[in-house]
Design a protein around this ligand. Structure first.
Ligand code: SF4
Length: 168
């Protein structure tokens, strides 16, 4: 499995083991919760690149990348904060992306980047890269609307309604 320059605090293999232990100790809620807390509190899910190398090669057919995604979502729900700067930045980017996608049905990269900068306070980091992207036409001042944007917005509104208990 890829390790981001040794920055993952718990290896993905150990994260899987912690989750197995959580399931194995289901009868002992305190012990099980301890294993879950350890997996959820790790920076590893935030440093996982989602490259799927582990998932496609796992001889047991375990979707490790998908599990990392679930851990990220659950960590966010529980207000878990990451320990390393890199993991915190990844968390800020994740939140900015989700906010941009869920609020308009389509990500406007410039708004998303601005939100990310506000969250991280790294205003000058990657400034040159941002300028280069802008001059290459990769960042647009106004949000775009694609052919399926309205359908995506409708689906998001429906999901939000369901999550608020208004759905069937
Ligand atoms: S999906 Fe994540 S855990 Fe799996 S190999 Fe890629 S970076 Fe590592």
């Amino acid at each position: 499995m890829q390790n981001v320059s040794g920055e993952m605090d718990i290896s993905p293999t150990r994260i899987m083991r912690l989750l197995q232990l959580e399931a194995a100790f289901a009868d002992d809620t305190e012990q099980a919760a301890g294993y879950a807390r350890k997996a959820l509190g790790a920076d590893t899910p935030w440093l996982c690149a989602g490259c799927l190398a582990c998932t496609t090669r796992c001889p047991q057919g375990v979707d490790i990348a998908g599990t990392m995604d679930v851990l990220r979502q659950e960590g966010l729900k529980r207000g878990q904060t990451s320990k390393s700067k890199r993991a915190r930045d990844a968390q800020a980017l994740h939140k900015s992306f989700l906010h941009a996608a869920l609020s308009s049905g389509r990500v406007h990269e410039l708004s998303m980047m601005m939100e990310y900068k506000l969250r991280t306070q790294h205003f000058l980091e990657d400034a040159m890269l941002g300028a280069a992207m802008f001059f290459k036409g990769k960042l647009h001042l106004k949000p775009h609307k694609g052919p399926g944007t309205d359908r995506v917005r409708g689906a998001i509104a429906k999901l939000k309604q369901q999550n608020n208990g208004g759905g069937k």
